[in-house]
Design a protein around this ligand. Structure first.
Ligand code: SAH
Length: 258
């Protein structure tokens, strides 16, 4: 889910919310990638406190919950996503350990300082900026606690202008992997692991499920220009990925608070 760098109307916000409510994931990723990131984290017990920030409808949160002990709080800006999140937790009988709450990462998080063992965030920290988010969230982690986030990143020092312009407009914080790692270190963490999400996190788990949703939404709002523009943008995002995937992708960054 990319951020367009402009003010968006309530209608567009509702549209984004409706579109992505129809999908299991709101950003690139997969259960396998979530589990690979989890394999670098070794401190969790039944008493652990975990936050998943920008959790969406909870695709990755449920994978986490089924594979680790402890309590997970999912936080997201959109109430509709949180309703679906809590429904998903209930369906999987995880409601005792997994709770979704509405909140904004732009404000102080609803956790005590130094209370969390792990902060997770897939495809969402870019909303407040990678380094700024890492710095702000650090104070909620216990010493020795972990952070695991995905972030769009360049694979090369230079790239074709078409893809450079697209991402600089959508997500100006995008940068190369070594620079992101050094931002993580500056923000108070030991960089523990970094890996590029495989292509199927985009193709199979993110773009493929959108085809049916695009048709459904276009039919429902036939003739609406804002909807047509939004769908055109999502198609462009997919086309550009296919054309330029050698130059960028999502990267998991895992760090430990020192
Ligand atoms: N983690 C999910 C969703 C990623 S999309 C997944 O990988 O599938 C980014 C998410 O960040 C969306 O659910 C969006 O609603 C949420 N978000 C955007 N701005 C936010 C903010 N200021 N505070 C909390 N959540 C926010």
């Amino acid at each position: 889910m990319s951020n367009e760098n402009k003010t968006i109307s309530q209608f567009e916000l509702n549209l984004i919310c409706e579109y992505f409510s129809n999908l299991e994931r709101q950003g690139p990723g997969s259960p396998e990638a979530t589990l690979k990131a989890l394999s670098f984290i070794d401190n969790l017990t039944e008493n652990s406190r975990i936050a998943d920030i920008g959790c969406g409808t909870g695709g990755q949160t449920m994978v986490l919950a089924q594979n680790i002990p402890g309590h997970i709080t999912g936080l997201d800006l959109f109430p509709d996503f949180i309703t679906l999140f809590n429904r998903n937790a209930g369906r999987l009988s995880l409601q005792e350990r997994v709770k979704g709450i509405v909140g904004s990462m732009e404000e102080a998080l609803p956790f005590k300082k130094e209370s969390l063992d792990l902060i997770w965030s897939e495809g969402a920290i870019c909303n407040i900026g990678f380094e700024q988010g890492l710095r702000q969230w650090c104070e909620y982690l216990k010493q020795g606690g972990y952070i695991a986030v995905t972030e769009p990143s360049w694979f090369t020092g230079e790239r074709p202008s078409e893809i450079d312009n697209f991402w600089m407009a959508a997500e100006p914080g995008i940068d190369t992997i070594p620079r992101k790692v050094s931002q993580m270190q500056r923000a108070g963490y030991v960089p523990v692991a970094t890996f590029i999400l495989p292509e199927n996190c985009w193709t199979e788990h993110y773009f493929a499920p959108q085809a049916a949703v695009r048709e459904k939404i276009l039919k429902k709002y036939a003739g609406n220009q804002a909807v047509a523009d939004f769908i055109a943008f999502s198609r462009q995002e997919e086309e550009l990925y296919r054309k330029y995937k050698a130059f960028y992708g999502y990267v998991f960054y895992i760090g430990k608070k020192i």
